[in-house]
Design a protein around this ligand. Structure first.
Ligand code: SIN
Length: 338
């Protein structure tokens, strides 16, 4: 198989963080109502002896959580470990096993802060390890091949499940429970895993990894950024509460093209902005560009728009942006670049 570093099998490190891929159920037919994050890294690797034929694999348990419990501290810990390992000559690529619920957030965070062109592949499973037709083993096998491949070098952080390769920036969980839940709606996934090989057909045009300006190596905390969800009959309670709780940024997941309810919401966001909180207009729709100066006069209000990032990913970029600047013009530049 392809090897990023020369002859012989690539050296791939598998970092385990929990999730359903490491979950177990009461019986082989338990595919909902199981417990995530119960099985350790050695058991995960031993379940796929075929890994030895495609890479020299080592495993490490970084933490063990269901991914709804993911937080900024775990992200910083994971990113630092990834960067340390990728700086080593004896590591060609990294696989991260992860719960699917927040895989899109962790992978986009890493996409912005990993300082290497070496492949980083985030993988999960929709069925626990104890289930009939568990998808974890084949997903892990494909992820290790992808992380050791020359084709994945320089492509940014990848999310690979269900024989499909997605870009961290654009992938999203699309179904609560089916195995084909991961989609890159409208823009499309990058390629396939087939016959023990990756096949790429496109790649992200946005800055990432080695080309990113963000650096978390000296950070122990990230700025507080919260999301408020837009809906009919919305009020300002959540916005005011987040500001009172110390938010440095607020992502508004607006209806339609990131629209703001008037008179309830727009004045609350103006008040927050006057207190120094950066306001980011995103959309709850899930696809499309939020037009700057479209549904709100962003220049007048001094708001920023999310481009195509969904609210949960916009939150990540805004946190990282706020580690560098509070200048809204510069933050807007970042949202059109990453
Ligand atoms: C989780 O995200 O940890 C649970 C759900 C899953 O991995 O599919």
């Amino acid at each position: 198989m392809a090897n990023a570093r020369g002859p012989g099998l690539p050296n791939v490190m598998v970092l385990a963080t929990g999730g359903t891929i490491a979950g177990s159920g009461a019986s082989s037919t338990t595919v909902v109502g199981y417990t995530a994050a119960t099985v350790g890294i050695e058991t995960l690797l031993n379940a796929v002896p075929e890994l030895k034929t495609v890479a020299n694999v080592k495993g490490e348990q970084v933490f063990q959580i269901a991914s709804e419990n993911m937080n900024n501290d775990y992200w910083l810990k994971l990113a630092k470990r990834v960067n340390t390992l990728l700086a080593q000559d004896d590591v060609d690529g990294i696989v991260i096993t992860h719960g699917t619920d927040t895989i899109e957030e962790t992978s986009y965070f890493l996409n912005l802060v990993v300082k290497s062109k070496k492949p980083v592949v985030v993988v999960g499973a929709m069925r626990p390890s104890t289930a009939i037709s568990a998808d974890g083993p084949i997903n892990l096998f494909n992820a290790v091949i992808l992380a050791g491949s020359e084709e994945a070098v320089g492509k940014g952080v990848l999310v690979a499940l269900n024989d499909q390769i997605n870009a961290a920036r654009d992938v999203t969980k699309n179904n609560t429970s089916t195995a084909d839940t991961f989609r890159t709606p409208e823009l499309g996934f990058l390629g396939y895993m087939q016959g023990n090989k990756p096949y790429f057909y496109r790649q992200s045009t946005r800055r990432h990894t080695a080309d990113s300006e963000f650096d978390v190596s000296n950070l122990d905390v990230l700025p507080q950024v919260d999301i408020v969800y837009g809906y009919a009959n919305m009020n300002r309670v959540a916005i005011d509460a987040f500001v009172a709780a110390g938010a440095k940024g607020i992502v508004h997941a607006g209806v339609g093209d990131g629209s703001l309810a008037r008179p309830a919401v727009e004045p609350a966001l103006d008040d927050a902005r006057k207190k120094g909180v950066v306001i980011l207009r995103s959309s709850r729709v899930g696809n499309g560009i939020v037009a700057r100066n479209g549904e709100a006069k962003d220049d007048e209000h001094d708001f920023v728009v999310s481009d195509t990032l969904n609210p949960q990913k916009a939150r990540i970029l805004l946190m990282l942006a706020l580690t560098k600047t509070t200048d809204t013009k510069d933050i807007q530049r970042m949202f059109f670049a990453y």
